[in-house]
Design a protein. Structure first.
Length: 139
């Protein structure tokens, strides 16, 4: 799994029969759900507590996905997630979806995470604590 070696967070997810669509391969929205699951697990490592209590939490501002290889049932995917860049007001994240059955990369996704102040209802700077924990995880 050379394509996942940089990803400390890796999540195994079984492909379900219902993940396939009328074209007999996994629907593209399912990939985004898998990536979301890995992203939430990643964020939970440094964002703790309820957002309503903290007033500050991560939100997804942007996501794109490049589909490389179609998946079908049965299979198991390994979804890797990592931060590839930390800026003052955003975190650039990267995901890879890897097929165990085919031993190959199936999708690549990039996303932008913003810190959001739920009390002030606006974006905020990335907290120092987040930056420190992300640096320990990925850099």
């Amino acid at each position: 799994m050379e394509s996942l070696y940089k990803f400390k967070l890796q999540k195994k997810i079984p492909v379900n029969w219902g993940d396939m669509d009328a074209f007999q391969h996994v629907n593209n929205t399912i990939y985004l759900k898998w990536i979301e699951s890995a992203r939430v697990d990643y964020l939970a490592q440094f964002v703790t507590g309820r957002f309503s209590e903290n007033n500050l939490g991560p939100i997804l501002a942007r996501i794109d996905c490049r589909y490389v290889f179609p998946l079908t049932y049965p299979d198991t995917v390994i979804v890797g997630y990592r931060a590839s860049e930390i800026l003052e007001d955003r975190i650039i994240g990267e995901s890879r979806v890897y097929s165990e059955k085919h031993q190959r990369l199936s999708a690549i996704s990039y996303n932008t995470i913003m810190a959001y102040d739920f009390k002030e209802l606006k974006k905020a700077a990335i907290p120092k604590e987040w930056k420190e924990k992300i640096t320990l995880l990925d850099f």
